[in-house]
Design a protein around this ligand. Structure first.
Ligand SMILES: NC(=O)c1ccc[n+]([C@@H]2O[C@H](COP(=O)([O-])OP(=O)(O)OC[C@H]3O[C@@H](n4cnc5c(N)ncnc54)[C@H](OP(=O)(O)O)[C@@H]3O)[C@@H](O)[C@H]2O)c1
Length: 407
């Protein structure tokens, strides 16, 4: 007998229909793992992918979703044939609009936003406007969307649940009822592993290869977030994400290096009591919490053994080693839209680094020069179109800098 049959919270509940945007990525596959543990509770309704078509086909064969979406019609045609040959009835859609349509589909209850980069913003906004349970791993969408994103969440009546382990930790330390949040928090402490180069000789940073940068000490993640972890731009994006998720001032957000990644983040309350959330570093924990909130379900993660854990250490971040980190607070205090410029420049710089067009230490140069060159106008954040135009402008400026550095 399984525990689920005796759990009164799962009895006679309609299954939650889940759309996973970015199903073939690291967060997407972990989400499917959690869903697969609870077939009585969740239905895989839609899966989307960008380039890993074989993986998407396998996921369709296993999860039997109602819909799948891919970028181009030619990819869709191939997938349709394979799906038909396998006797499945999954409908295959193509194009960027398909992502928005699926995220807003009337039969979808929950959307896992696990696309990497600003490309995830339009479907996230569609899910927010349609009042979905929106599980946000795609931090870039919130970094770019900012107030527009949060307004869409409240206007649409969506439930926004953080999936980044740090933000999930903060969320778990706060009362379930958001109305009780204001006035509680003195500041939050976002923890960071410090990435793979925490102890590396700064004189050798220029020779870091993409594979070295992608070898994260505790997590196997997508290549973009892995490079972001190595530069600590990931933490910079998380600082901006926290500003919006928890309605904090930039001064209320601090970062502490914690290499073991057991404490996933902390809230320092008004009375100086500190609340922390701990666990093994496994993304299935925040994913399971996002899927089951306000309940808890089995995630597949192993339990912490405090008798073998050893010492937990904490230290201040070295802003000279990670020059991109300070840009979080700087752009939050700059004109609205600066965080979107920061994100676009970072995405372009990381892509250039992964394609070996620029060096690791030049990622920061590209970002800093783009921020100097692209100044958002007063209406840059008024609409999705305005934000996408700003994003495109910053990307093209960053590309020019990357090209100039490469020559
Ligand atoms: N990995 C983690 O542990 C972790 C933890 C916290 C937060 N996050 C955040 O979660 C997001 C996803 O991270 P990840 O590590 O899962 O990344 P990933 O492994 O690179 O997966 C990204 C997913 O997005 C799809 N995709 C890529 N570019 C796209 C585009 N232009 N349009 C539509 N879909 C696109 C990919 O499709 P294909 O694979 O088919 O190309 C893949 O399914 C990021 O924002 C990251 O910061 C990740």
């Amino acid at each position: 007998m399984t525990t689920t049959t005796t759990d009164p919270t799962t009895r006679q509940r309609p299954r939650q229909r889940v759309c996973i945007l970015g199903a073939t990525g690291s967060v997407g596959t972990s989400t499917l793992d959690v869903l697969g543990r609870h077939p009585e509770r969740f239905e895989v309704f839609a899966l989307t992918a960008y380039s890993r078509m074989d993986d998407l086909l396998k996921q369709c064969l296993q999860g039997r979703p109602r819909f799948a979406a891919v970028p181009t019609e030619s990819q869709a045609r191939t997938l349709r044939e394979q799906i038909k040959a396998a006797g499945l009835r999954t409908e295959v859609l193509s194009g960027a609009q398909a992502l928005c349509d699926l995220a807003a589909h009337p039969e979808v209850d929950s959307v896992m936003a696990a696309i990497v980069g600003a490309a995830g913003l339009p479907p996230c906004l569609a899910a927010a406007h349609s009042g979905k349970r929106l599980m946000l791993a795609n931090k870039e969408a919130l970094v770019v969307g900012g107030a527009l994103f949060m307004n869409a969440v409240s206007a649409g009546g969506a439930t926004l649940l953080p999936i980044d382990s740090e933000h999930s930790a903060i969320f778990q330390c706060l009362p379930e009822d958001r109305a009780r949040w204001p006035g509680r928090i003195d500041h939050i402490l976002l923890t960071s592993s410090g990435g793979p180069f925490r102890r590396r000789d700064p004189a050798t940073m220029a020779s870091i290869t993409p594979d070295e940068a992608c070898a994260h000490p505790n997590f196997a993640m997508g290549r973009k977030i892995s490079v972001d972890s190595a530069t600590m731009m990931n933490k910079a994006l998380e600082v901006i994400e926290a500003r919006w998720l928890f309605d904090l001032t930039p001064e209320q957000i601090r970062v502490v290096i914690h290499p073991q990644q057991i404490v996933h983040s902390m809230v320092v309350c008004r009375d100086n009591s500190v609340l922390a959330q701990l666990g093994t570093p496994d993304m299935r924990v925040p994913i399971a919490y996002g899927l089951s909130f306000p309940e808890r379900i089995e995630s597949g993660a192993s339990q912490l053994d405090f008798t073998t854990l050893g010492a937990l250490s904490f230290e201040a971040p070295d802003f000279a080693r990670y020059p991109g980190l300070a840009l979080a607070w700087q752009t939050l205090q700059a004109p609205m839209g600066s965080t979107a410029v920061l994100n676009a420049a970072n995405e372009a710089a990381v892509a250039a680094f992964l394609e070996r067009r620029i060096r690791f230490d030049q990622i920061h140069t590209v970002i800093a020069r783009t921020l100097d060159a692209v100044l958002p106008g007063g209406d840059a954040c008024d609409s999705l179109d305005a934000l996408l135009a700003l994003d495109a402008h910053a990307r093209s400026s960053a590309e020019q800098t990357a090209k100039a550095l490469a020559t």
